[in-house]
Design a binder for this molecule. Structure first.
Ligand code: FAD
Length: 490
């Protein structure tokens, strides 16, 4: 699967003929712009970048790659935090940033149809005049693309009540890894047969490239109320979170920040959170006014019962925005208190929060590595920020050890190695901590069904070259599921 110099020239010419010379980048300096995604510690300069304008051009690019036996990687806005859009050195990076048209907003049908490069927040902006919005809201929603959201099954603060991307995507047109254009799902709520749309959402660019996405719109809530509660410890804030959910209240969001994350946010955006807090919770309720009013009083009481020492209730949109500003700036803000940091992403059952946070604190103290916690407490999706200074001998290694130990901790508490940022390049090595070889081989069977030649985003998600997913050509050897008579090869 290597693109020799002469092949590269031929491929460049083929791509230019297919989509226009100005849509193909081959200059080394310009290619560097695309050498990494949001996880900047991995860098690979792609052989070529293609910027298709529409689905037909995207299919032409993929077909040219197939003809040249060249790998390709899809990229939206490049904000991914697991190295999913990391280019292949011998491959073509297919960037959807020129596919940013909102094709349809149909509130009467609760639907919008968009091209994959459309920015998440743009969907909400287009639907807002009709009284609707797009619910999944990653903190990166001002810059990340819907195609990237689909590929990562992205979450966000409000996914506690509204669900992840997968709950809001009802149809996708994609270019398969052999260059065909196909539809999965559609405008109707359910399609017969296997849920291939479900398999595609979260497939991280390994099953094809989304070229058109039909999303479900949600009615803007009649009422939204937000509070900020300060506690002495994350234990207390965790207990308050569990009490709220146990009471049958489903807030739109419950977000937690610990003392280190608070001080970083304070320094960066002066959000004015209560002084001396060991943890803050942001709790937001939305829905019909009478329901929100009644439940909001209940939430305030539950926070007090769990020893919140200060509760602030947002008086207006400006104050609500200030509460959120601290939370939404937190990832970037830790850059002010540490030269380097790892954004970890794991998920645990919510009830394990106090035990897991305590153990993270111990790991941090044992290894002399600071960890700031900022996360979606309502659904147990942790984002420990592991701080280090790469210039100090041994700190990088210790930070990586702490980071890996946190994932082990998540798995041992019945959780997962990623809550929403995906596996990508970064976490492929951790997959065997959750899955057996047979599990991984079975996943590869699905991947092979879409991509027998292994050209779509190779080297991502799966830990080692196994079966056909990572090796060009058809799978070698008999799959264990076949051997056991559980699956047939055609
Ligand atoms: C500050 C910050 C905050 C963030 N907060 C959140 C958060 O709250 N929740 C969350 O879930 N994530 C969050 N993220 C991570 C990231 O924004 C999401 O994963 C997002 O969905 C990536 O979108 P993108 O367009 O940047 O995709 P990219 O980074 O370009 O690509 C991500 C993956 O999608 C694949 N891909 C891209 N486009 C397509 C396509 N059209 N078809 C098929 N595959 C495709 C790529 O190959 C890659 O594997 C955050 C990132 C940052 C930098």
């Amino acid at each position: 699967m290597s693109t020799a110099r002469t092949d590269l020239e031929a491929l460049t010419a083929a791509l230019r003929a297919a989509i226009g010379a100005d849509r193909v980048i081959s200059d080394r300096q310009q290619l560097r712009t695309y050498e990494c995604d949001g996880l900047a510690q991995y860098k690979v300069v792609p052989a070529l970048v293609a910027l298709p304008a529409d689905a037909a051009q995207c299919a032409s690019v993929v077909r040219a790659c197939v003809a040249a036996d060249t790998p390709f990687v899809a990229r939206g806005s490049g904000t991914g935090l697991s190295g999913g859009a990391l280019p292949h050195a011998d491959g073509v990076l297919i960037v959807t940033s020129q596919m940013r048209e909102i094709l349809e907003v149909a509130p009467s049908d609760e639907r919008a149809v968009v091209q994959p490069g459309v920015i998440n927040l743009a969907v909400t902006r287009a639907a807002a005049p009709y009284g609707w919005y797009y619910a999944p809201d990653p903190s990166s929603q001002q810059i990340c693309s819907i195609g990237g959201n689909v590929a990562e099954n992205s979450g966000g603060a409000h996914c506690l009540k509204y669900g992840f991307t997968t709950n809001h995507v009802i149809g996708v047109e994609l270019v398969t890894p052999d260059g065909d254009r196909v539809h999965l799902g559609g405008r109707a709520p359910d399609a017969p047969g296997y849920d291939l749309l479900g398999a595609f959402v979260g497939s991280e660019g390994t099953l094809g490239i989304a070229t058109e996405v039909t999303v479900r719109l949600t009615r803007l809530p009649e009422s939204v109320r937000t509070l900020l509660a300060a506690f002495e410890s994350t234990d207390q804030a965790g207990a308050a979170t569990s009490a709220i959910i146990a009471a049958g209240v489903v807030p739109a969001a419950v977000e937690m920040m610990d003392t280190l994350a608070i001080s970083a946010a304070e320094e960066a955006v002066h959000c004015g959170y209560p002084a001396g807090a060991g943890a803050v919770l942001i709790v937001e309720l939305d829905g019909p006014e009478p329901e929100v009013e009644a439940q909001f009083d209940q939430v305030v009481r539950l926070c007090r019962d769990n020893r919140a020492f200060e509760i602030r209730i947002a008086a207006d949109d400006a104050e609500r925005a200030l509460f959120w500003k601290g939370r939404k700036s937190a990832f970037a803000a830790v850059g002010r208190i540490s030269p380097d940091y790892i954004v970890q992403d794991g998920v645990i059952p919510r009830t394990a929060l106090p035990a897991v946070l305590r153990r993270i604190g111990e790991l941090s103290a044992e290894r002399g590595i600071r960890v700031a916690n900022v996360f979606h407490a309502g659904d147990g999706n942790l984002h420990p920020l592991v701080l280090f200074d790469a210039a100090v001998d041994g700190q990088t290694e210790r930070a990586e050890e702490v980071s890996g130990a946190i994932l082990d901790l998540c798995v041992s508490h019945g959780g997962s190695i990623t809550g929403e940022h995906g596996v990508g390049m970064d976490k492929a090595k951790y997959m065997p901590r959750m899955f057996t070889d047979d599990d991984l081989d079975t996943m590869q069977l699905l991947r092979c069904a879409f991509d027998p030649a292994g050209l779509a985003n190779p080297g991502k998600v799966f830990p080692t070259p196994r079966l056909c997913g990572e090796i060009p050509g058809r799978r070698k050897g008999v799959h264990p599921a076949q051997e056991a008579g559980l699956a047939e090869a055609f």
